[in-house]
Design a protein around this ligand. Structure first.
Ligand code: GAP
Length: 515
């Protein structure tokens, strides 16, 4: 197991042990790729949503919010292209009966070939030392050149098969590369076929296709079909945006890596409606603005990447992923898409209702173009946790060192803002004072009271939950109304007057520090 895989495993078990995330339906052995958020998980998730909502809606006069229903008229998914084209290519292994995404199998095979090239390069690096010219070696060493060009060639073949929906060619690549089932080693594959990712259900009072309802695979369509309602009722002028946070559902074939790819998840999406011809400028604007939102949390710039899409979706004229370096590598965290006027135009055609905007300045009517920002709330949760999780040694009470696990979450995102801890639980005067402080703080921010175990263990528990501040009520508190505030990251303890606690902590956990 690599160090990164090890950290990832630890994060997953930390989530369960400390009440952040549980597997859904656990007593029935769980439901694959579905998860429940526990008491501290729901607080952190709500704070992530607040950060997004404040930054996107409340700080922008020209962006308004929406909460559309999960169920929508089935024609919406016809117009959006999801009924016909929201597919993944799947292949079954006839012996193991396991189902895989054909493109994922091929991508894994490409990664193996690239790893061989990488191994050669590392060997040469060790052999030649300082004088080694890696770029030159990559382009001249025959074995490395062969591996890398083979990987490129397969990648191009796969991309072109995906773009042209050529399932026979995908199967042929699997055969040519002699790809075996990673589980059983069998090469006995079925044909590759398209698998629609939308879940569906049936309306109670209408039978057959007419009554078929889909669980939305993205929240965006709820925004498109309400575009004119919102524009008219809020009297927004183009350019303006509509934002919403809500559940989305996808019947993912390969659901793995914990909450990275789920079947039920939450999206935070914003559609920005602009004048045709200006969309690529706005696309650049939103790319930068969204990157800044991520960096404001303290994430190092080296862990955030832009990755341009090679295969543009049918509706897009530009698209980029904002990738984060998860413990399992750089992966998509958010998508920024220039969606042209595809969605509004399709809805206009299928519904027969005009989706046009009258631009009073230009005395012109047009269907706006759209730039979308779309981020998975759960994926952001995983990125935030991955960045925050830290194992380190700190001084202990006996003058030695103790290991602690600490979540170095931004204080504004932390589930619990402060813990109120009487030094000893068998001293009623300390307990009474601590409870008094607790009752004064709880209406301002989420605090917890804890008097179990020795103080050191209680600090460790709050560190593991990411609580940025611990207030300790000791004997001096009884004499002069002062307490200590312990800082999670620096471990510094500051003595302050009880009447100042609320203001001090409020200042430290304020959204203003982020926005
Ligand atoms: N409206 C555009 C759209 O839905 P997408 O790239 O398919 O675009 C946007 O999804 C974001 O939603 C992704 O960047 C990711 O953060 C999140 N997401 C997509 N599928 C997901 C899944 N199965 N589980 C968790 N998050 C997912």
């Amino acid at each position: 197991m690599t160090q990164h895989e090890d950290i990832f495993k630890k994060i997953v078990s930390h989530c369960k042990e400390y009440g952040f995330i549980y597997a859904s339906s656990e007593i029935y052995d769980g439901l694959s790729a579905v998860y429940d958020y526990g008491p501290y998980g729901v607080e952190l998730k709500n704070n992530i949503k607040s950060y997004w909502w404040k930054a996107m809606v409340q700080l922008n006069e020209n962006i308004v919010g929406l909460d559309s229903a999960i169920f929508m008229h089935p024609k919406i998914w016809k117009a959006s292209g999801h009924v016909d084209a929201f597919n993944d290519p799947l292949v079954d292994n006839k012996d193991s009966k396991k189902r895989y995404r054909a493109d994922t199998l091929i991508e894994d095979a490409i990664a193996k070939i690239e790893a061989k090239a990488e191994k050669e390069i590392q060997k040469a690096k060790a052999r030649f030392g300082e004088s080694f010219d890696e770029d030159l070696y990559r382009t001249t060493n025959p074995r490395v050149v062969e591996y890398l060009s083979k990987a490129r060639e397969i990648n191009e073949r796969m991309n072109s098969s995906l773009t042209n929906s050529n399932m026979e060619e995908l199967k042929q690549i699997i055969i040519d590369l002699e790809i075996a089932d990673p589980d059983s080693g069998s090469r006995n594959w079925t044909e590759v076929r398209q698998f629609n990712l939308m879940f569906n259900t049936q309306l109670g009072n209408i039978s057959g296709e007419e009554g078929k309802l889909y669980l939305r695979p993205e929240t965006a369509q709820g925004i498109f079909v309400n575009f004119l309602n919102v524009q008219k009722t809020t009297r927004q002028k183009i350019p303006f945006g509509i934002a919403q946070i809500g559940k989305a559902f996808r019947n993912e074939i390969v659901a793995r890596q914990f909450i990275f790819r789920m079947r039920e998840f939450e999206q935070m999406e914003m559609q920005f409606f602009v004048k045709p011809g200006t969309e690529l400028d706005w696309y650049e604007y939103w790319k930068e603005k969204r990157k800044k939102w991520h960096l404001a949390l303290g994430t190092p710039e080296s862990k955030i990447n832009f990755h341009n899409h090679e295969n543009l979706a049918h509706y897009a004229n530009a698209a980029v992923d904002i990738q984060y370096e998860f413990p399992f590598g750089f992966k998509e965290l958010e998508g920024i898409h220039s969606r042209t006027n595809f969605d509004l135009k399709s809805h206009q055609e299928l519904s027969g209702k005009k989706m046009q905007y009258f631009d009073a300045e230009d005395n012109d009517s047009y269907i706006p173009y759209v730039v979308e920002t779309s981020i998975g709330c759960d994926r952001m949760f995983l990125a935030v946790l991955s960045e925050a999780y830290c194992e380190e040694f700190v001084p202990d009470a006996e003058g030695g060192e103790a290991q602690r696990i600490v979540l170095k979450l931004h204080p504004a995102l932390a589930p619990i803002k402060c813990a109120v801890l009487p030094l000893l639980k068998n001293k009623p005067e300390l307990v009474e004072k601590a409870k008094q402080i607790m009752s004064e703080l709880t209406s301002t921010f989420y605090c917890v009271y804890d008097d179990k175990d020795a103080i050191g263990r209680r600090y460790r528990r709050q560190d593991a939950l990411g609580t940025p501040y611990c207030i300790t009520i000791d004997f001096e508190s009884l004499e002069n109304n002062s307490v200590t505030i312990r800082d999670r990251d620096t471990l510094a303890q500051e003595r302050v007057n009880i009447k100042d606690i609320e203001g001090i902590i409020q200042n430290k956990v304020s959204w203003k520090n982020l926005l």
